[in-house]
Design a protein around this ligand. Structure first.
Ligand code: 5GP
Length: 113
């Protein structure tokens, strides 16, 4: 069984989470298991399972997600030293939650990928 309900419930504020940003398309909140001093998840409010489900019709969400992530990088003062944006897809990409999201990671020098 997939676990996309978790993010759906965070977006609807049925599960508590540290929400840092929300508008009609996007919700951003702190990752529960941070891999860096700043680890924020930027999530599509509309359910999209993974990047494989991006279409001509819904591709605008990717720009919205990137824009919010970059704004948050500036807000958390990690823009000058730098940060990493990651979108995992399916098993080999290490996707755990099947609801489209972007990881914003920073606040330390990250290992080379
Ligand atoms: P993925 O591996 O799917 O790209 O990333 C899913 C992320 O969601 C993981 O980094 C994990 O720590 C985070 N996560 C899983 N469950 C919860 C939760 O209930 N609350 C929050 N804030 N983050 C979660």
């Amino acid at each position: 069984m997939e676990n996309s309900e978790i993010f759906k419930n965070i977006i609807k504020r049925k599960i508590s989470s540290e929400i840092l940003y929300q508008d009609k398309n996007i919700t951003a909140f702190k990752d529960i298991n941070p891999k860096a001093p700043v680890h924020i998840l930027v999530v599509s409010n509309k359910f999209i399972r993974s990047s494989n489900e991006i279409t001509k019709e819904n591709k605008g969400i990717l720009g919205d997600m990137l824009y919010v992530a970059i704004k948050l990088a500036k807000k958390f003062n990690i823009d000058k030293k730098g940060y990493r944006l990651i979108m995992n897809c399916n098993e080999h990409g290490g996707q755990e939650i099947f609801h489209l999201h972007l990881h914003l990671l920073g606040g330390k020098k990250l290992g080379k990928i």
